[in-house]
Design a protein around this ligand. Sequence first.
Ligand code: ZN
Length: 318
Amino acid sequence: MHHPIHFGGNDRGVVPVFSHASCLDHDTGPDHVERPERLAAVIEALRAAFPGLELRQAPAATRGQLLRVHDESLLATVLESHPSGRIPLDSDTVLSPGSAQAALHAAGAGVAAVDAVLNGDIRRAFCAVRPPGHHATASIAMGFCLFNNVAVAAAHALERYGLPRVSIVDFDVHHGNGTQAIFDTEPRVQYVSSHQLPLFPDTGLRLERGLGNIVNAPLPPGTGSRRFCEVWRERLLPELDAFAPQLVLISAGFDAHWRDPLAQMQLDAEDFAWLTGELVALANRHADGRIVSTLEGGYDLQALRECSVAHLRALSTD
Ligand SMILES: [Zn+2]
């Protein structure tokens, strides 16, 4: 199914959303949970909740932007395979005829959003894109991810704008192993994640600290609102405050919602709204309010609708 994404709108009270129609053309097959309907549901829910929502066209990332974090070999796999049908890269990651363009625009959304936020055009942005990114390493596409969208955005902030401190906040229920591996020897980037463990990809132990710039909070299956909020309030938000980032990037996965079929955490939309509000306050303290959030996982359509609306509402509130 291909829902056209209509661009435009100018609701000045609501954070702009970057997206691209090609993100619907990454065809993972009829039985895959990471499907085009996810993005269509998010866009439709946001447009319904925020009349006049400003939807901006995400450009394609350039080779140079991708090569800041990825190897030539991964670019060749994703961009030069030109499959005539679906080909598996591993047991759950698929390349289809439309995947290269989808991956380029998913990564380009974050770059364009960083440009808009750091040029002072806007203070915050949400990138409604797929495929997701946080499992992709420098050289390996995995876990439904082709390019690491948030890593490409962070590297752009470092290289193009010379920012000395960028924090990546990852509340997807899975650990962002790719993001961590890309930046675990990069002192200008802090990576802070809560995630279920055990769960794919089974990384993200608390003892994985990088240079001290990696902060992991693994949570057991069944974890609900109270424990989640406690961990963020007592450990993760103070680590973010201590780092004092000049830009906050969010890997916004909504698969820690109780309805999600891939994990067993028990959060609801209010929990994502609460954490987003805390991140807005953090960005206001250290980063002139600057946040770029990018969609990662979330595999129940109703949860995705509720959570993306709650997230954008909180991002739009000071
Ligand atoms: Zn996930």
